[in-house]
Design a protein around this ligand. Structure first.
Ligand SMILES: [Zn+2]
Length: 227
């Protein structure tokens, strides 16, 4: 009797394993994002690090900081990275009216359009502000994050990387900045470690598409876990 039960259990386990193996493997996806660029020194280094590793990133840029770095922005887009909008001059939207926020974000959008020829950009507010006025004013999905290894502090690259690698989930959006050596170090360590664990680095738009989600205006997105 026991033997029969054991055989039945083994057969069931075998069938389950075969069924799992037959399913197409969904790659684990992660979006790595960089705020506060473009930076003359570090944006090209971050881009090089991503390109060498076959990773795609999303760059939330401050419109008024583009300045003479137009070619750099165009090259990022040409390399398959995503350009996104991080306001005109990194103002804190907390106490601003919807009208002022709308004008600020639009001014940055227009500048990014002028440089890239693209029209629509995902938005991330400076400091991740998400007041009612901001949500009302911003004519775009609001992209925040699920992994913030520095939380506004000065943290070394290896420490930031260790925190992300320890806590990562499929579909996470990682917040880094393309403006310091620590962030560059963290990006390299994170990508190398997570690629070894089977993660693919895609843009935020690619993450939406892979998850079959159409981003909506006025909605906050922090991650896009598998359905
Ligand atoms: Zn910022």
């Amino acid at each position: 009797m026991h033997r029969k039960l054991l055989i039945t259990i083994c057969a069931a386990l075998l069938l389950a394993a075969l069924a799992a193996a037959a399913l197409p493997r969904q790659p684990k996806l992660v979006a790595i994002t960089f705020d506060d660029g473009p930076h003359r020194e570090f944006t090209p280094l971050v881009a090089e690090a991503l390109n060498e590793r076959g990773a795609k990133g999303t760059f939330f840029m401050v419109g008024s900081w583009v300045g003479q770095k137009e070619e750099l922005v165009r090259q990022l887009a040409a390399d398959g990275h995503q350009i996104a909008n991080h306001s005109w001059e990194h103002a804190n939207f907390t106490d601003m009216t919807a009208e002022d926020i709308r004008a600020d974000v639009e001014r940055s959008r227009a500048r990014l359009e002028e440089v890239t020829g693209q029209r629509d950009f995902l938005v991330r507010t400076p400091f991740g502000v998400r007041t009612e006025a901001a949500l009302e004013a911003i004519d775009s999905p609001l992209i925040l994050w699920s992994q913030d290894p520095a939380e506004g502090q000065l943290v070394s690259g290896p420490e930031m990387a260790a925190k992300v690698i320890r806590n990562i989930h499929d579909g996470d959006i990682i917040l880094l900045h393309d403006s310091t050596q620590d962030n560059l170090d963290a990006a390299c360590l994170i990508i190398d470690a997570l690629q070894k664990k089977g993660y693919e680095f895609v843009t935020v738009d690619e993450l939406f598409a892979a998850r079959g989600v159409t981003p909506e205006k006025g909605v906050i997105y922090k991650s896009l876990p598998p359905r």
